[in-house]
Design a protein around this ligand. Sequence first.
Ligand code: AMP
Length: 501
Amino acid sequence: MTFSDLGLSPKVLSAVSDAGYTKPTPIQAGAIPHALLGKDVLGIAQTGTGKTASFVLPMLTRLEKGRARARMPRTLILEPTRELAAQVEENFIKYGKNHKLNIALLIGGVSFDEQDKKLERGADVLIATPGRLLDHRERGKLLLNGVEILVIDEADRMLDMGFIPDIERICEMIPFTRQTLFFSATMPPEITKLTEKFLHAPVRVEVSKAASTATSITQRLVKSGNKPWDKRETLRNLIKAEDADLKNAIIFCNRKVEVSELFRSLLKHDFDAGALHGDMDQRARMQMLANFRDGKLRYLVASDVAARGLDIPDVSHVFNYDVPIHAEDYVHRIGRTGRAGRAGKSFTIATRSDTKYVDAIERLIGTKIEWHDGDLSTVTESEGEESPRRGRGAPRRAGRKDEDRKDRGERKKDRHAKRDETPEVPREEQPVAEVADIAERRARKDAIRSENERKSSGNRHEQRGDARPQRDRPGRHREDDDATVGFGDDVPAFMRIVAKV
Ligand code: AMP
C-alpha cells in the first residue's frame, strides 16, 4: 500500500513525499481512510508507530474546505503535555507546508497574549493542553462550538495525569456532530468508559499489543541496595561500564523529586546530564530537550510524564533508576531505545522492595528479564538497609573522603526528599524555577567551560590522543572548571574539594 491509496489530497501527498515517507505505517493505513470519511476512530497505538501523521494527514485534507472564524477554532487536538503539543504543531507545519492554515498552540508556561492573538485571528488548528484550553475558555477568549474535528491523543496518559474530568468537560462543550479521533497506547477501564461515552460507532484500529517490547532492545535488571546513595552508585557504575557503547541515555525516575536529586548528583560526579520534569517551565524544557536531541547533553534524567511520547530518535540506552510502579510505563520507557529496528539497551535498577513491580512488568511483557550481574539474592539485608560505604568495619579507601562528604550532603537532602512521597502529578500551569535555574546556571557554566577549553585545552586532547572532548567523560574532575553546579553561588566549602572518583 502507498500513501496515494489512502484518499489524501494532492497537497498532503506532496508534503508526505517531501518528508521522505513512501509507505504508510500500519496505524496510518488503518486509520486514515476512515478518518477521511468523517468516521470516529479509536486508535490503539503507542508513540513511534506514526500515529501523529495518522490524524494530522486526514485533518489537513479535510481542512482544505472552509475557513476559520475569530475565536472559533475548526479543529482541536488535546495533548497531555506541552512537549507533545509542540511536537504535534511541528507535524502540522511539516505536512501542512502546502496549506495556508492558522495554527494556535495553547500550552501553559507561556504568556496568554500571543495565544489570544492567534485565537482572535481564527484558528484552523488548535493544539492544546487541557488546563490552558479551559483557562482561555473561562476568560471568554474561546468558543468551542465551531469545532468539527476533535482529537484526544495519549488518553491513557491523560488519565495518569488526572485530566479525565477536564477532557469530559471539554467534550461536552463541543457539538455532538463533531468527528472524534481518539488515541491511547493502552485501554484501562476508565478509558474504555470515556470512549463509550464520547465516540460514536468508532472504527477500532489496533496496531500492536500495547504491552509488547521491541525485540531489538536488550533488557537487563540490575541489583542494588535500596538507599538512594546505593542506587546512584549502581547507576554510575553501570554508565561507566557501558561507556563504550553508550551514545546517549534517558534515565527515568518515578518522581520529580528524584529527577532533581539524581540530576544534581550526576552533575556533581561530572556526568554531562540534563533534567526534564513536568514542573519545569516551557522554555527550559524545550531547551533541555533540544540540547539532548542535538547531542549537547549525553544523559537526560526524566520523569514518565515529561518524557511520554517525545520523539527522540536514536537513544542508545535507557536506565530505569526506579522500577516503574505502573508496569505499562516500563514499556513506554524502554520504547525510547531500539527504535526503527536499531539496537538498544535498557537497564532497570531493582531493589528488594521492587520485587512486586518487577513481577508485574514480567507478567505484562510475558517474559522474564535477565539479571545483569546476579539477582537480588546476592544483596544482603544490610546492603539493602545501609550504605555499603558505611559498612561496619569496612576499610576506608584513601581518597574517598570528599566522596563521602558529598554523599552525606545528598543523604541529608534525601531525608527531606523522603518526606515528599507524593507521586508526580504534574501541574502543567505551575512552573517551578528550581530545575530551570539549574539549567540556566548550567548554560552559563557551559559558556565559561567552552571559553576555557578554547583557550587552554585544545592541544591537550591531541597530546593525550583523546577522541572525545574531556567533558564527555564521566567521573573525571575537570581541572579547568571549578564552578559548582546545583548550589549556585552558595557553595559549601567541602564541595570545593577536588574529588577523586
Ligand atoms: P509518532 O508515532 O507520530 O511519534 O511518529 C514516530 C516517527 O515516525 C516520527 O519521527 C515520524 O516522523 C516518523 N514517521 C511517521 N510516519 C512515517 C512513515 N510513513 N514512514 C516512516 N516514518 C514515519
